[in-house]
Ligand binder design. Structure first.
Ligand SMILES: Nc1nc2c(c(=O)[nH]1)N[C@@H](CN(C=O)c1ccc(C(=O)N[C@@H](CCC(=O)O)C(=O)O)cc1)CN2
Length: 298
């Protein structure tokens, strides 16, 4: 049985963090400036706590300033908006990220729209979404940006003219991913939970981006032989055997798909590590843009 080549997101993320750290070092040596990233966590969601801790560690490891703000789960929306306003006004802060999901009493869209678009390192603000959609320079959401970097390394110019199917239409992954693929001259289909004949649609794809949030939904027989499969899903399942550990699986049935695909990302170790590496890259980009520094000169 042939087996797909694994796309090693962990290794690509390590390279990207090293490239960011080198430029941050250059910025400090020449200008005495360190980019600053503020991360806000509301509540105690266990997965979010891990992601925020990793963001803090990796931000400091690449030489940037990390400002962490932890608020209780019952924080009022007005208090979170007041914190965002303070971070917008703080010149030491180049990037602001409010960790999602937020507790129910807070309207996430209102919070996203309160962030200064120049500091919106998540790329979720409508200004950045609009810039991406119209082909202008933008801060791009980290997970789809990470997927694009993996595709650039795997397929490069071969992406042009290929049929890409994005499964999922969220503002965070599906929609920006489709825009990025259009930017690489792919023919793009956005599929979602209401798509009829999803298996058949996916079977026509040279590139599959699975971002539905349903464990192992994409089956091996859906995949066109030789296709490139990028799995964005991170689903935690109970242990296979009593006393074991939780299992992390993607939105793709990995064992089935790897027998058919040409290239595939694993879960864990595929798209996930790229998300934080791209956040650091976006923070450096925001710091340079805000201060009129040409990043290429660092
Ligand atoms: N404001 C935001 N909130 C959230 C985002 C985001 O981009 N901006 N994305 C996700 C969570 N996330 C970062 O915040 C994230 C998810 C996964 C990983 C990662 O490294 N995953 C590992 C597995 C780690 C594990 O054991 O859980 C992997 O896939 O190898 C990093 C960051 C939702 N919220």
């Amino acid at each position: 049985m042939p087996s797909a080549q694994l796309i090693d997101g962990k290794a690509v993320a390590t390279d990207l963090r090293a490239a960011v750290a080198a430029r941050v070092g250059g910025m400090y040596a020449r200008l005495g400036l360190r980019p600053g990233l503020a991360v806000v966590l509301v509540g105690e969601d266990p997965a979010s706590q891990v992601y925020v801790r990793n963001k803090h560690k990796q931000t400091e490891a690449c030489g940037m300033q990390s400002f962490e703000h932890r608020l209780p789960a019952d924080t009022a929306q007005a208090d979170l908006l007041a914190l965002v306003a303070r971070l917008n006004a703080d010149d030491a802060v180049d990037g602001i990220l409010v960790q999602l999901p937020l507790p129910r009493q807070i309207d996430a869209q209102k919070v996203i729209e309160a962030i200064d678009p120049a500091k919106d390192v998540d790329g979720f603000h409508p200004i950045n979404a609009g810039r991406l959609a119209t082909g202008q320079p933008a801060l791009v959401p980290c997970t789809p940006l990470g997927c694009l970097m993996l595709l650039d390394r795997t397929l490069g110019a071969e992406m042009a003219g290929r049929h890409a199917v994005v499964i999922g239409r969220s503002n965070i992954v599906g929609k920006p991913m489709a825009q990025l693929l259009l930017g690489r001259d792919c023919t793009v289909t956005i599929a979602h939970s209401r798509t009829r004949d999803l298996a058949e649609t996916v079977h026509g794809a040279d590139i599959v981006i699975a971002a539905v949030g349903r464990p192992e939904m994409v089956r091996g027989f859906w995949i066109k032989p030789g296709a490139t499969v990028i799995d964005v899903g991170i689903n935690r399942l109970p242990p296979a055997a009593a006393g074991g550990k939780d299992r992390l699986v993607g939105d793709v049935n990995f064992e089935e798909a790897k027998a058919v695909a040409g290239h595939i990302t694993p879960v864990p170790g595929g798209v996930g590590p790229m998300t934080i590496a791209c956040l650091l890259s976006n923070t450096l980009q925001a710091a340079c843009a805000r201060r009129g520094i040409d990043m290429a000169t660092l």
